[in-house]
Design a protein around this ligand. Structure first.
Ligand code: IMP
Ligand code: MG
Length: 174
């Protein structure tokens, strides 16, 4: 089936917003160290850009969940495919997400990681689709609120494609 991309957030707008988020997080950390937890694979460029713009002393780790199985809507079941290597007890932890859609993945991660007694726990998500929530969820910092459309680029994929785009686009079919 034919498909086309419609730019939603330009590369420049992404980079400006990531810089603002980095400054905000640094200010909130007030000189304390942090563990940045990227949720694979979608957060890859966001985490990389954010971490390089932040001045706080940081450790980087990754988690991988799966609920989509290559399809365009959530299965509602979250599996942990890769867990943290770092022990986060007593540490400031920031989850770095690409997009919060139904909220199911984020709530699962929040519940799981809070049992490990971090000193503080926050979530920064580049994108949020408030109109798509199935469960209510807390996100401390959102880069952009977007409509309930399927988007790709800047790490986000459709069947593993389009992650390399430096901008965010709506994927339209037909
Ligand atoms: P949620 O559990 O429905 O909030 O979504 C969890 C994950 O689904 C996100 O972290 C993304 O990896 C993926 N996802 C949700 N919406 C999109 C989208 O529009 N494009 C690509 N991936 C998405
Ligand atoms: Mg994700």
């Amino acid at each position: 089936m034919a498909e086309h991309l419609e730019t939603l957030i330009t590369e420049e707008a992404l980079q400006d917003r990531v810089g603002e988020l980095a400054s905000t997080l640094d200010r909130e950390l007030a000189g304390e160290p942090v563990v940045l937890v990227g949720v694979l694979k979608g957060s890859l460029h966001f985490l990389s850009d954010l971490a390089r713009r932040m001045k706080s002393d940081s450790q980087i780790d990754f988690m991988q969940t799966s609920s989509y199985h290559g399809r365009k809507s959530s299965s509602g079941i979250v599996q942990i495919r890769k867990d943290l290597d770092i022990n986060i007890e007593g540490k400031n932890v920031i989850i770095v997400e690409d997009v919060v859609d139904t909220g199911i993945t984020l709530n699962h991660l929040r519940d799981l990681l809070s049992t490990r007694k971090p000193k503080s726990f926050k979530v920064v998500s580049l994108l949020s689709k408030a109109g798509a929530r199935i469960v209510s969820t807390k996100i401390e910092h959102v880069g952009f609120d977007i409509p309930d459309e399927f988007v790709v680029g800047y790490g986000l994929d459709y069947e593993e494609r389009f992650r390399n785009l430096p901008y965010i686009a709506i994927l339209r079919e037909g």
